[in-house]
Design a protein around this ligand. Structure first.
Ligand SMILES: Cc1ncc(COP(=O)(O)O)c(C=O)c1O
Length: 433
């Protein structure tokens, strides 16, 4: 599978309603309004993209009669990830007596696990010592909100569209330390990167110490212009903290390029690792400013800050090995190929949804601001009703985010164009079209 060089063929359905199109939308329609072929050079391994992704789908344990569209909450594990976790768990249950303390631990939490952190650093383009292993994104946020010394009156800027795992630590900090946490209103949907940048530029002032924003918004899938925001903050001496819970494994995350001070995320969503795997990145020159929240033997390790911030006490090593396997799987598929497939599926879904006049899409139409998460509502129908009908009629499982927010449909590498078509057929039926 690694190195397979396919021809990608995506056959379009109807091209939506061009009358309602804005410029960005037309770009997408153009792309999907015809058959297009993306050819790679190594013709000896010609495999149709469709076939390739069917093979990838078969690598997952997902029930073939069910369609999973909720990666935004938790990704499905490939078989090899599951097997690695289970076989290590079994080994621990059966042969723990062999643990003699001369070799690596049989638990996580105390050792640096440098090989795994090295893979994470390779994925995110940073240094191994800048990566701490955490349980999830929520832990990453709390390490930052708790570990940064801020004084009463210091200001933290966020958005009004945070996940609780991206904002609650800052709220706690405000309640406890008298800092000001301001959540700036963003559009629903957001129309352009420019409007986001302008909103933040207007709000930044002499008291602003931290910018804490999601790279991708959980309730719309909007990709924010964090690179530009970080550059502005750097000029003003503002610390930048980016919530990457939804990005890693879905879109390219290049930390050198983004230029943020801190970034945290979860591997159990788009990277398909077992639940309970996350990370915190801290730029080398910023790391000394962050106190640890959980202290154990390495709490004051000034040489390897990532290790210092990974002190969790006894943890489940089987889960960490599951992450290791998920990283290998991702590298073997080819990260760029994965991101491109996810983006294609998301674009296709959004294009097809526009065939339904009663649908409102809350995900940005701007091509650079959306990938594998699409959020929509259907006029007059509660989101939970749509979620339940999709399950009842088609065994399709997206997630209702609440009636004011719509339905979130995550399209990952185990999804197909045919599954999206089935969703749209049912939605059309529900819309009475
Ligand atoms: C943007 C964002 N931040 C934080 C979180 C929290 O992630 P976790 O529960 O893995 O800590 C989520 C979860 O969906 C999220 O979407």
């Amino acid at each position: 599978m690694p190195g397979a060089a396919p021809i990608l063929i995506i056959k379009s359905r109807a091209a939506g309603n061009p009358d309602r199109a804005v410029d960005n939308r037309r770009l997408v329609l153009k792309e999907f309004g015809r058959i297009y072929v993306r050819e790679e050079k190594r013709l000896e391994s010609k495999v149709e993209e469709k076939e390739f992704w069917e093979k990838v789908r078969a690598e997952f344990l997902l029930d073939p009669g069910q369609v999973f569209f909720n990666t935004g909450t938790l990704g499905a594990m490939p078989r090899r990830v599951f097997d690695r976790v289970v076989s290590h768990l079994r080994l621990t249950a059966e042969r723990i007596a062999e643990w003699d303390y001369y070799g690596p631990d049989w638990i996580s939490g105390y050792q640096p696990w440098s090989e795994i952190r090295e893979k994470i650093a390779r994925l995110l383009n940073c240094e191994l010592k800048e990566i701490a292993l955490t349980e999830n994104a929520t832990a990453g946020m709390n390490y930052l909100s708790n570990g940064l010394d801020l004084k009463p009156g210091d200001e933290i800027l966020g958005t009004d569209q945070e996940h609780p795992g991206g904002e609650s630590g800052w709220k706690l900090k405000a309640a406890r330390c008298g800092v000001i946490y301001r959540q700036l209103p963003l559009g629903k949907p957001i129309n352009s990167p420019k409007e986001v940048i302008e909103t933040f530029l207007r709000a930044m002032g002499p008291r602003t110490r931290v910018l804490a924003v999601p790279h991708m918004i959980t309730g719309s899938g909007a990709i924010l212009p964090v690179k530009e925001l970080c550059a502005e903050c750097r000029q003003r001496g503002i610390i930048t903290v980016i919530d990457g819970a939804q990005t890693v494994g879905q879109i390219k995350v290049d930390l050198q390029d983004l230029g943020c001070d801190a970034y945290y995320g979860s591997f159990h969503k788009w990277l398909c690792a077992p639940a309970g795997n996350g990370f915190l990145y801290l730029r080398q020159d910023r790391a000394p400013e962050v106190w640890t929240t959980l202290a154990s033997t390495q709490w004051d390790n000034r040489e390897d800050h990532g290790f210092r911030l990974s002190q969790r006490g006894t943890g489940n090593l089987s889960l960490l090995f599951g992450l290791d396997e998920a990283l290998d799987f991702h590298f073997e598929l080819g990260p760029e190929r994965v991101y491109s497939r996810i983006k294609d599926l998301g674009d296709y879904l959004r294009t097809r949804l526009r065939e339904i006049s009663r649908i409102k899409i809350l995900t940005p139409l701007h091509p650079e601001m959306a990938a594998g998460i699409t959020v929509y509502s259907l006029e007059g129908l509660p989101a939970n009703y749509i979620q339940d009908e999709l399950w009842k009629r088609g065994r399709l499982r997206p997630r209702a985010l609440g009636d004011g927010s719509g339905v979130r449909q995550s399209t990952h590498i185990y999804n197909s164009l045919a599954e999206i078509d089935r969703t749209v057929d049912i939605l059309k039926d529900l819309a009475g079209k």
